[in-house]
Design a protein around this ligand. Structure first.
Ligand SMILES: Nc1ncnc2c1ncn2[C@@H]1O[C@H](COP(=O)(O)OP(=O)(O)OP(=O)(O)O)[C@@H](O)[C@H]1O
Ligand SMILES: [Zn+2]
Length: 700
């Protein structure tokens, strides 16, 4: 057998000659060349996909090399897409890989561009880009395989307009937040102190001169303790002096750091202690003292030697350990603090993750093991020194012209500062400390990437992609990789689209136009044809017209900042007919100047009548990966240990922004209402559209 034949023999045997030949001509777009993307590129090249476009906006970072195996050290700072394409192309001489170093959200990647592909594979790491690709695939009617991994968990979801749920059919959970008072006055866990330090203190000291009273107003309205709020207000106002000191050359060194320390770890805590009621049911914090920490005589709890002291041994010596840790161990009082011999590890932390409070890492047997610098437990004095050093560095950056500094996990100065400040606060509140490594992980919301998870998920993506290309729609499954060694995979049959979805239930159309010449009115009237319904028109969240207000119809699309890659959304005023989403593309170069400056789709879009949401809420979707649920449904694992779960009716999705707007629009007096709310409306074609002219109805 020739080498070329031998190379494809196995793939051909597995796929069958028909699919094998089809793949050679298949055009696939792979978005993302990171952890999943590298694995997936290798897979699709070896499977025999013939035309691959690989797009990624990023360059290679040293930290990518442990799992993004198409990259080498010499490639650091080069384009991910270009290097991945170069490395993977020789895996199959018949493949054509077109790398693009760019952002998938750029306007040139419009509906027409997406339509050139037979299938799109997402290997992205953020919701925003995923949602964008989902929408473009729905608009272009191109099948998409969506995927993601988090530590040991992973998911693959095939998506096809009108057949399956889209990525946006199910609302995504919002990130966890903490009540403002927990963060600002009564923390009880390390994460509370970390959030305080990175989201509040860094901003107050090094950020824009922002008034942080908004969230306090809100807390007050929600009935929080008025005295506590008043104290927190005073505390925030008193930042002025320290902000000034940090920005003053000469005073901005260690003295300024000491000033900050005295304010936040001593004076502010003393002020909170005045509210004795607050500390009846919880342990009061201990004001820290700069000088005695430096000279080694400071004691966190003079009285009982309570557990937290074990983690903040003064001078790096586990002075408190003898009385503190042991007592904590014996008392077993259920506090969040752990024994002096082992700090609880919240997430997977490799190598010498446990520490014994004296700055030396210990392994599982309690034997001393040399800790990496970042994984070393810091004593109270270590933290104070780190606080002074990092505050001084940040202050000098401000003095050298940086206007404001925000937390960034990859900015060593801010990470050092957040590590030290959160540990000092933890010490004051009797909460265990965290290593710099752990703080980076928690503050940066880092979930360790696991190469094996990416490899498994990338294999599953190819299987789902093959089902889509074969049009074996009954074979499609959502697949979950779960942290259950006995049943690592579960598959779920696909649910139909959510009828209330604001993305995949829209009727999409594409208009090729010259936005410099085409007016809003001409395009909208062209799309609507002889359909005389009352409509409103939006671009994203901006209202461009409604039935009582069509002033913008005269304006060119460009003057309204509605250009290539954007969508005009045409919403039925009565809410009875589906929404039309018109994607804007460019005119072909040979389009005659004498013709209208746009080409309408043919046939014109005919959105369906809307299905009214059911009055009675449907039962909630089950925990999809839950084994318990699978068992309760009496489902059997198949021969591969895979459990299959039938989809159940889903809960009505919260109306999308657009639908919320729709309700608003029912009233013809919306324009007046918006103006009453202080929102600005554009009055005539001569108006220049400024950013502030946009009417933002709801922020996402
Ligand atoms: N809008 C976008 N357009 C193009 N590529 C994107 C876009 N958003 C994210 N990506 C790419 O998706 C990839 C996701 O891969 P991955 O999750 O492994 O992230 P990473 O940045 O390589 O790793 P880590 O975040 O763990 O350091 C990245 O290479 C990233 O550049
Ligand atoms: Zn949807």
């Amino acid at each position: 057998m020739s080498t070329a034949k031998a190379r494809t023999a196995h793939a051909k045997a597995i796929l069958g000659p028909q699919l094998h030949d089809q793949l050679a001509n298949t055009k696939v777009l792979l978005v993302g060349a990171g952890g999943i993307g590298c694995e997936l590129l290798k897979n699709i090249v070896l499977t025999g996909f013939g035309h691959i476009t690989l797009l990624d906006l990023d360059t290679i970072d040293l930290s990518n090399l442990n799992r993004q195996f198409l990259f080498r050290k010499k490639d650091v700072k080069q384009s991910k897409a270009i290097i991945a394409a170069q490395t993977a192309a020789p895996f199959n001489p018949n493949v054509r890989i077109t790398p693009i170093h760019g952002n998938i959200k750029e306007p040139q990647y419009d509906i027409e561009w997406f339509q050139q592909f037979d299938i799109v594979l997402n290997a992205l790491d953020n919701l925003d880009a995923r949602r964008h690709v989902n929408k473009m695939c729905m608009a272009a009617q191109v099948p998409l395989v969506e995927s993601g991994t988090a530590g040991y968990l992973g998911q693959v979801q095939p998506l096809l307009k009108d057949r399956t749920e889209c990525f946006d059919c199910i609302p995504k959970p919002t990130p966890k937040t903490f009540p403002v008072c927990t963060i600002r006055s009564t923390p009880s866990q390390p994460i509370h102190c970390i959030v305080w330090s990175k989201s509040y203190l860094v901003g107050q000291l090094f950020g824009e001169d922002e008034d942080a009273s908004g969230e306090l107003d809100e807390a007050e309205q929600q009935g929080e303790n008025a005295q506590e709020i008043a104290t927190l207000r005073k505390e925030a106002q008193a930042f002025k002096a320290v902000r000034q000191a940090l920005r003053t050359p000469g005073a901005g060194g260690a003295d300024a750091a000491k000033l900050v320390f005295q304010k936040v770890f001593n004076a502010d805590i003393k002020n909170l202690l005045i509210m004795t009621d607050m500390w009846r049911s919880r342990a009061p914090p201990v004001p820290l003292d700069f000088d005695t920490i430096v000279d080694g005589t400071f004691e966190l709890r003079k009285d009982t030697g309570s557990a937290p002291a074990a983690f903040f041994a003064v001078n790096g010596v586990a002075k408190a350990q003898a009385n503190g840790a042991e007592k904590a161990n014996r008392s077993g009082n259920g506090n969040a603090v752990a024994s002096g011999s082992k700090v609880p590890v919240e997430k997977e932390v490799p190598v010498a993750a446990t520490t014994n409070g004296n700055g030396i890492g210990s392994n599982a047997n309690g034997q001393a093991a040399p800790a990496l610098k970042d994984q070393k437990a810091l004593s109270l004095k270590d933290n104070l020194e780190l606080f002074v050093a990092s505050t001084t560095r940040l202050a000098s950056r401000l003095q050298n012209g940086e206007e404001s500094i925000a937390f960034d996990k990859d900015d060593d100065d801010t990470l050092d500062f957040v590590t030290a400040a959160s540990n000092l606060r933890s010490a004051a509140y009797g909460i265990e400390g965290k290593t710099r490594w752990e703080v980076k992980e928690m503050a940066g919301n880092i979930i360790p990437a696991i190469a094996t998870t990416n490899a498994i998920i990338s294999g599953l993506i190819v299987l789902q992609a093959l089902h889509l290309l074969r049009k074996s729609y009954n074979e499609l499954r959502n697949v979950h990789l779960q942290f259950k060694p006995a049943v690592p995979l579960s598959t779920i049959k696909l649910s139909p689209p959510n009828q209330q979805c604001g993305v995949c239930r829209d009727t999409y159309a594409s208009v090729l136009c010259d936005p410099v010449r085409a007016t809003l009115g001409a395009v909208v009237k062209g799309i609507m044809g002889d359909d005389g319904r009352e409509i409103s028109v939006y671009e994203d969240q901006r209202v461009l017209s409604d039935p009582d207000w069509e002033d913008n119809f005269e304006r060119t699309l460009e003057s309204l900042n509605v250009t290539r890659g954007k969508f005009l959304t045409i919403v039925d005023e009565e809410g009875e007919v589906g929404t039309i989403a018109v994607g804007l593309g460019v005119l072909p170069p040979n389009h005659p100047y004498t013709e209208p400056p746009f080409i309408l789709p043919s046939p014109l879009p005919k959105p369906p009548k809307k299905i009214k949401p059911a009055a009675i809420p449907l039962p909630e979707t089950p925990q999809r990966t839950s084994l318990k649920r699978a068992r309760s449904l009496d489902l059997q694992e198949d021969e591969n240990g895979v459990i299959e779960i039938e989809p159940t009716p889903k809960k009505q999705k919260l109306e999308s922004n657009k639908r919320k707007l729709n309700e608003d629009e029912q009233s013809p007096s919306k324009r007046r209402k918006l103006e009453k709310d202080g929102l600005l409306l554009m009055d005539g074609a001569q108006d220049n559209l400024e950013q502030e002219d946009f009417i933002v109805i709801d922020d996402d």
